[in-house]
Write a protein that binds this ligand. Structure first.
Ligand code: HEC
Length: 162
């Protein structure tokens, strides 16, 4: 009887630990998906400005670059080992090529910082934004990348997160 109780207690403790670990996974996956959604929100508008399909708007460009400066550095820590699986579309390459992943993030942040200083009007936007814009597609491409193609990720961003 005592042994049976002990076994039950052990199962309860292990079960509890598993639940805590799962909760952490869910949280970090949700945080990075929210951050990506924040980056996705205005990126379409700025892309259209680049193609002259939307009027130039310096404030919107600065807001997008500030969003990158705010969120991109966080991606270094938002992909811990216990968040490989679950409600995520992150590619396994993040965990097998971590140094490369971090280098991509660092370059992205440096390019966004340079662009946010350099862009003061439409002419500097046209010259400087194309240097930072390809970052999204760099991670989000069909082959051997860190994330699904952008079109797929944008579709996913239309679905509720919780
Ligand atoms: C350093 C690599 C990297 C860069 C750069 C990057 N992404 Fe992502 N993005 C990811 C990964 C990985 C995911 C998948 C996250 C998950 O499902 O856990 C993702 C997910 C997304 C999603 C889907 C969010 C959801 O609802 O699940 C959108 C939208 C998105 N990214 C847009 C962008 C845009 C726009 C840019 C450029 C401004 C960008 N990403 C730059 C790696 C990157």
């Amino acid at each position: 009887m005592k042994r049976a109780l002990l076994a039950l207690a052990t199962i309860a403790v292990l079960g509890g630990a598993a639940t805590v670990a799962d909760a952490q996974n869910l949280q970090v996956i949700q945080q990075r998906r929210e951050a990506m959604r924040a980056l996705g929100q205005n990126s379409g508008l700025v892309f259209r400005m680049m193609r002259n399909e939307a009027p130039f708007n310096l404030a919107a460009v600065q807001a997008q670059l500030n969003a990158v400066l705010e969120h991109a550095p966080r991606f270094r820590t938002l992909f811990p080992d216990d968040s490989r699986t679950g409600d995520t579309e992150a590619n396994a390459k993040i965990w097998t090529a971590r140094a490369e992943f971090n280098a991509v993030i660092d370059k992205w942040v440096a390019d966004a910082r340079a662009a946010s200083t350099a862009i003061v009007d439409q002419a500097t936007f046209a010259a400087e934004y194309p240097k930072v814009a390809p970052a999204c597609g760099g991670c989000h491409s069909a082959n051997d990348s860190f994330a699904p193609a952008l079109s797929q990720s944008f579709r996913r961003a239309q679905t509720p997160l919780r």
